[in-house]
Design a protein around this ligand. Structure first.
Ligand code: HEC
Length: 155
């Protein structure tokens, strides 16, 4: 391939990438879901009870923690919002797997730090949807929009 053609291709790819990243929620574009579209007050309060019973002891609440804390906080200080809904649901159903290993290498977990349990058989996908909806109320608007775009693109 000639150098010119190669440069054109690289330029085009970069332009496409930038266009994809700056896609705005304008009419016709992706409308980011602030909190799940169908989140009703009942769903969020169910999510809150489920979270308090099953998750809070390890992951904490609406405030505290940092990006490097393990178990990771699910609030705006953590990195839960970096992951699309399908990945979050998979971790809750099946445990953290390879992603958990990577996390524990990056943020050295002290001896005896518990692992993310498997909730398949305990929680339904609907339960998890309610929990995620509740967690999303802790994020900033920008975090919610970014996570909604990732969900739209990757799930
Ligand atoms: C016994 C402690 C414990 C409990 C209880 C627990 N987790 Fe976790 N969770 C962890 C740890 C530790 C990690 C980090 C990965 C690892 O080490 O396995 C993690 C990772 C995660 C992750 C991926 C990281 C992130 O923030 O994106 C999600 C999502 C998650 N947990 C959600 C939940 C939800 C929802 C519940 C309740 C239904 C829950 N966890 C209950 C310990 C726990």
């Amino acid at each position: 391939m000639s150098l010119q053609l190669w440069l054109v291709l690289v330029g085009l790819t970069a332009a496409l990438f930038l266009a994809a990243c700056s896609r705005s929620p304008a009419p016709g574009g992706i409308a980011p879901t602030p909190i799940p579209e169908d989140a009703t007050p009942e769903m969020l309060s169910r999510g809150e009870s489920l979270y308090q019973a099953n998750c809070q002891s390890c992951h904490g609440g609406a405030t505290g923690g940092t990006m490097m804390t393990i178990p990771p906080p699910h609030n705006a200080n953590g990195h839960t919002w970096h992951h699309p809904d399908c990945q979050l649901t998979d971790v809750v159903l099946n445990g953290s797997g390879e992603m958990g290993e990577m996390m524990r290498r990056m943020m050295p977990a002290p001896e005896g730090t518990p692992r993310m349990p498997v909730f398949k058989g305990t929680l339904t996908e609907e339960d998890i949807r309610a929990i995620l909806g509740y967690i999303k109320t802790w994020w900033t608007e920008a975090q919610r929009q970014s996570q909604a775009r990732a969900t739209e693109q990757l799930c």
